[in-house]
Design a binder for this molecule. Structure first.
Ligand code: 6R9
Length: 656
């Protein structure tokens, strides 16, 4: 990466060491880094044994002889649902709240571990009665309601890998995922509440199952009480099936490498990849990171991860991780601005949430709505904040720390992927002095590096590609049904290391700054520029709320920087006035030049009302590139709101 682009991100030198009080109680310690550095496999073996309950102990920690497919905790046998439920009941914790559920319309439910245990046993019996056995796949297409966790854990109890498909995906997306995994049963709902109204799910399932399908039965949770079409031979109400089922279920135990779930990655390009994870390693690292990175103390904390179960974050940090620790959580069904923009903060206040884990895109949205909204609520229960999903701009990080965290809560910026299964790079909140915008260091027991084109480790102060040097417990075991694609995608770019697909830099202290997907790295006149870096510079301007940058083909420079910018409240009116828009654009262009260097000055800045995002909150730069290059806009089906592209195009042609 060119020296001149080692820029405003690396000039970010604010640090925030943990308070003595936080450090004194933290689960993650310096001693863990030391122990893992001394004996990595031994360290993970200790974690697996201390965090999980095994029916049969393992005899070998790691078998890497079939690389790149790992076997962890070889010979061990366990059941994920027993680890998340039964053992807590046996320890006398049945009365502890597992889920504080808040529905979007305002309905609430409290489920203790004993309640959840009974539901899961009934659901496991109901699924078994429908013919679901060990190894059969079950598709789950549900809103964010407690039944989602129940369904996942019931599948895990039977050793039937689940494939959760995000409830916002279309029937086409559901159909391809069902077909690829050859699912036997679908668990869905009549609908869920989103943005103040019921949003139907069942019709998409009906459409996805038209024609030939592997699906034999559909279980339907009643949530919105809206009318649904019914196929008598195929459909069953969830509540009827659970009521008819026995309330107890004796679990079987499975090999540590038994598949736990398949999760399809967003598939913004090409066929979606069915990333699959197995049991022992996945559960070990999810539990470990919940304990050390998110610092969950199950006896006292109220933890809330805002991710939907349709994403990997919802798997590892709303279900398997926190529940294997026996934590108390909040689960919220709806959107953060329904019925008002303070909904999340109201929930934090009402439930006394202590640990809050969300995505930068949400933080920036809240920033845009203004600091006075969270200021109306008592957020003093919070003690730790987390971020995941994309690089967090230093400005958003500082806002999160100041406005939400009251300058008191450590922030953990956690880098990981669907493929990695659990957190890989992050500060430990009681150990690391945090830096706004950097995920910083590999957690204990994980070996991450930044390498150049030739695969050589780059010195501190330089950039390149993020790789993982050693196998890790929660690593994917492959792409469902396509071992060649697995080897080709992740293990062929550099010999013997895992290629994450992200660009990153090491600063002078060896901290890692993740710059975003490698395909988001631009090349302007032979200079490598990161989209994130320029976006960060734009967002640091007081009039900018959010920015997305793409590299558009340019006959002179190879690629040119094109930025799409959402303005903050007051600036929008200003820009609407005659001539003011052009002036502001000029101001922003020179702001970027000043922050990063003239090479980064955007060729063009377009002021837009919205940005196109996937439902997991990732900006779809591919579509913005189409606009920047004046092409027909490509496939918008994975957008959370497909009308956004029309808004953008209209806004641009009307000259704003
Ligand atoms: C957990 C999740 C993975 C991609 C990953 C990277 C980006 C995630 C990040 C981050 C910078 C962080 N990403 N966390 N980039 N800093 N803290 O998001 O999984 O949906 O598979 O996305 O997200 O680009 O490669 P997934």
């Amino acid at each position: 990466m060119a020296e001149e682009t080692l820029s405003n991100l690396l000039a970010e030198d604010r640090t925030f060491p943990p308070s003595d009080e936080f450090a004194a109680q933290a689960n993650g310690t310096q001693a863990m880094y030391d122990a893992a550095a001394e004996d990595r496999e031994g360290f993970w073996a200790d974690q697996a044994r201390s965090l999980l309950t095994w029916e049969t102990d393992f005899t070998q920690t790691l078998d890497w002889s079939q690389a790149p497919v790992a076997s962890w905790f070889v010979g061990g046998r366990l059941n994920a649902s027993v680890n998340c439920l039964d053992r807590h009941i046996e320890a006398g914790l049945g009365d502890r709240v597992a889920i504080n559920f808040v529905g979007e319309p305002g309905d609430t439910r409290t489920l203790t571990y004993a309640d959840l245990h009974e539901q899961v046993q009934r659901a496991a019996n109901a699924l078994a009665a429908l013919g679901v056995g060990t190894g059969d796949r079950v598709a789950i297409y549900l809103p964010m309601i407690p039944e989602a966790a129940v369904a996942m854990l019931a599948c895990a109890r039977l050793g039937a890998p689940h494939s959760v498909v995000f409830g916002g995906f279309s029937s086409d997306a559901l159909r391809t995922r069902i077909a690829d995994a050859e699912a036997k049963v679908v668990i869905t709902a009549d609908g869920g509440y989103r943005k103040g109204k019921p949003s139907a799910l069942k019709p998409a399932v009906d459409a996805a199952l038209e024609g030939e399908t592997t699906v034999e039965k559909v279980l339907v949770v009643r949530r919105t009480e809206t009318e649904v079409e019914w196929d008598e031979g195929r459909d069953l109400w969830w509540h009827d099936a659970l009521e008819a089922a026995e309330p107890t279920h004796t679990p079987d135990y499975f090999d540590s490498e038994h598949p736990l779930f398949i999760l399809y990655t967003s598939g913004t390009t090409g066929k979606p990849k069915g990333i699959f994870h197995t049991t022992g390693g996945y559960l070990t690292q999810s539990a470990f990171t919940c304990s050390t990175v998110l610092d969950i103390h199950p006896e006292t904390d109220v933890y809330w991860c805002t991710a939907d179960i349709g994403w990997v974050t919802g798997h590892s940090y709303s279900v398997y991780g926190p529940m294997s620790l026996g934590a108390t959580q909040v689960m919220y069904e709806g959107t953060p601005d329904t019925p008002h923009q303070g909904r999340w903060w109201e929930i934090v206040q009402d439930y006394g949430v202590t640990i809050f884990y969300t995505a930068p895109t949400a933080i920036r949205a809240c920033m845009k709505w203004g600091s006075d909204i969270p200021a109306k609520f008592d957020l003093s229960s919070l003690r730790l904040l987390g971020s995941v999903g994309e690089p967090i701009n230093p400005e958003a990080w500082m806002w999160y720390r100041r406005v939400i965290g009251g300058d008191r809560c450590p922030i953990v910026d956690t880098w990981w992927q669907t493929e990695t299964g659990a957190i890989m790079v992050s500060p430990l909140p009681g150990v690391t002095a945090t830096r706004p915008g950097s995920a910083q260091l590999a957690i204990p027991g994980i070996s991450v590096d930044v390498v150049d084109e030739a695969g050589n480790s780059v010195p501190d102060g330089h950039g390149g590609y993020l790789v993982i040097r050693e196998p890790w417990p929660s690593m994917l075991r492959g792409i469902w049904g396509d071992p060649e694609r697995y080897a080709e995608t992740y293990w062929s770019r550099f010999p013997d290391v895992y290629f994450a697909g992200d660009g990153a830099k090491k600063d002078s202290e060896g901290n890692i700054w993740v710059l975003g997907r490698v395909d988001d790295v631009m090349n302007v006149s032979g200079h490598r520029l990161s989209t994130t870096e320029i976006e960060s510079a734009l967002v640091s301007h007081p009039k900018v709320a959010e920015a997305a940058v793409v590299g558009a083909t340019d006959t002179m420079t190879g690629q040119a920087v094109v930025a799409f910018v959402i303005l903050r409240g007051d600036a929008v009116e200003e820009a609407d006035e005659e001539g003011e828009g052009a002036e502001l654009v000029a101001e922003l262009r020179s702001h970027v030049a000043k922050e990063i260097g003239p090479i980064a000055r955007p060729r063009q800045i377009m002021i837009v009302p919205e940005l196109p995002k996937t439902r997991s909150g990732k900006i779809m730069r591919r579509l913005l590139r189409d606009v920047a290059e004046k092409r027909e806009v490509g496939d918008v089906t994975t957008l959370a709101d497909s009308s956004v592209m029309d808004l953008i195009k209209d806004g641009i042609s009307s000259g704003s």
